[in-house]
Design a protein around this ligand. Structure first.
Ligand code: ATP
Length: 505
């Protein structure tokens, strides 16, 4: 902002002086050419990164951008590991006495949106360091030498900024380090990538304990396997912190953080929302809280209610609601299809249906969402077979009620095949333990077909006695557009939630 004002004053003054000289009768043409010449050099140098400050710069510590570890949910073990490493920097005098070499680099690895950038910012606050952030892609240019030049400037900027702010520490955060730190020798066209990485290694080797400004490099990647071994060797990025997707308790913590500034109704249970959002990252959960608030605002509500959160979960998973309206026949088919999924889901895992709807969202004309029972990381053969049945149930319900299938099931079949492959490769099929590489395609095809056919028969037997009830649920769904899991259970199975009252054909 300050720079912009200075530029504007300079430009105004320059034009004023030129105007004055013209008024006085001087020939200003050579001066204009000269200014043009220097401007061209400036823009050229800027485009090659020779004068551009690298990346975004933010100040940690007590500034408004200061993030603290308490702002990060569901990453307790990553925070603990990171804090242990950062304590070396905080207790610098002690580690110096013991002759411990300084920590140079910390690598944060994990899926997108899990809070790696937040952790780096909180690390800057924790160590009272200036925080300079950039991304691997900032260093990659067509021109040879530019990336290396930018690496040098990055370290220089960090030292200068810390000195200006009278701080002893600086944290440089490089997001997507795999872009610049990939294995050398892989980029055949030119050596630009390799030169940039070499420069980074040189800068890291030059970091010493007795530097007046001590720099810590924090890098983040989703692809640690792509990094050059030279980056990973001891003395460089020798601390690796895993930043995984949050577990159920972690998701609840993150939801608490992101609803702190929002008025939520008393009957909203963040625990239940956390249960329904298996696989969500911190970024997903932040978006979920925000979307729920938007739905409440659209309805003119003063508080965010449970149904706003349910809608928001659907939005984050499936995308925005679409205006396209299928015709009446298609709508009926979608309702039959989703009811089929929901029925089999309830039969195999009572209480598992969270929502079913026939309003189009994202790529789907309708959908049925299950509530994961608990965070699950290992699957048994029985679980996978049941999931295959749920996938196939949409098409088989169409067949039962409408006497034909449709293309709406192709995505379900893809997922069913994927699950069947999981059974085969985990050695749980009739082929026994097999090697993925040496299994002939024909044999694999036969086994997958056998698994799918077996499950198809199971689904047929399961849903046939429920024909009338499916039709009843379809009619209600067509009227209401959306049913909650408990509405569905009451309607089709005469039971609420997990309690089985009666299941009859
Ligand atoms: P990427 O790998 O895509 O760069 P990232 O892991 O660096 O992602 P962040 O940029 O730190 O993710 O997170 C994005 C946003 O998601 C944050 O600004 C925050 O709102 C939210 N978020 C992510 N993880 C968490 C978390 N653990 N606790 C609280 N909020 C989180």
């Amino acid at each position: 902002m300050k720079n912009k004002v200075i530029k504007e004053i300079g430009l105004g003054a320059g034009i004023g002086i030129l105007g004055f000289l013209v008024w006085k009768g001087y020939d200003v043409l050579p001066l204009v050419f000269m200014i043009g010449f220097f401007a061209a050099i400036y823009f050229f140098a800027e485009s090659r990164g020779l004068i551009r400050p690298v990346g975004l710069q933010e100040v940690g510590g007590k500034g408004p951008a200061g993030v603290i570890f308490n702002d990060i949910g569901g990453q307790d073990s990553a925070i603990k590991e990171l804090k242990e490493a950062l304590d070396f920097i905080k207790n610098y005098e002690q580690i110096k006495k013991l002759g411990i070499r300084p920590l140079k680099g910390i690598l944060l690895t994990g899926p997108p949106g899990t809070g790696k950038t937040l952790l780096a910012k909180a690390a800057a606050t924790y160590t009272d360091a200036v925080f300079i952030a950039t991304s691997g892609s900032e260093f990659i240019e067509m021109y040879a030498g530019v990336g290396a030049q930018r690496v040098r400037r990055l370290f220089k900027t960090a030292r200068e900024t810390a000195a200006k702010q009278n701080k002893n520490n600086a944290i440089i955060f490089i997001d997507e380090i795999d872009v610049l730190g990939g294995r050398r020798g892989q980029h055949s066209g030119h050596m630009e990538y390799d030169q940039t990485l070499n420069q980074l290694l040189v800068e890291m080797d030059g970091m010493k304990t007795d530097d007046s400004v001590k720099i810590l490099l924090v890098a983040a990647t989703n692809r640690a396997d792509m990094l050059d071994p030279a980056l990973m060797r001891p003395g460089r990025f020798d601390r690796h912190v895993k930043v995984d997707l949050p577990c159920k308790e972690g998701r609840e913590q993150i939801l608490q953080i992101h609803t702190r500034n929002k008025p939520i109704a008393k009957d909203v249970r963040l625990k239940d929302i956390a249960r329904e959002t298996f696989g969500f990252s911190g970024a997903h959960l932040e978006s979920l809280a925000n979307e729920a608030a938007i739905y409440a605002f659209r309805e003119g509500e003063k508080e965010i209610k449970p149904h706003h959160f349910k809608e928001a979960i659907d939005k984050v998973i499936m995308g925005e609601k679409l205006d396209k309206r299928p015709n009446a026949d298609e709508l009926k088919r979608v309702a039959v299809h989703e009811t089929g999924h929901a029925l089999v889901s309830e039969m195999f895992r009572p209480g598992s249906v969270s929502t079913l709807t026939i309003s189009p969202r994202g790529n789907a004309l309708g959908y049925m969402r299950q509530t994961p029972e608990d965070d699950t990381y290992l699957y048994t053969k029985e679980y996978l077979e049941n999931q295959i049945c749920i996938m196939l149930a949409g098409a088989l319900a169409e067949e039962l009620i409408l006497n034909s299938r449709s293309t709406g099931a192709s995505n379900d079949f893809e997922q069913a095949v994927h699950l069947a492959k999981k059974i085969v490769f985990a050695g749980m099929s009739s082929l026994g333990i097999i090697s993925e590489d040496s299994l002939p395609q024909g044999k694999m095809h036969d086994e997958i077909t056998r698994i799918l056919q077996e499950q198809e028969n199971r689904v047929r037997e399961t849903i046939e006695p429920y024909k009338e009830k499916i039709i009843r649920a379809v009619n209600v769904l067509l009227e209401e557009e959306r049913l909650t899991g408990s509405d569905f259970r009451k309607l089709v199975l005469a039971r609420e939630n997990n309690e089985l009252v009666s299941v009859s054909g």
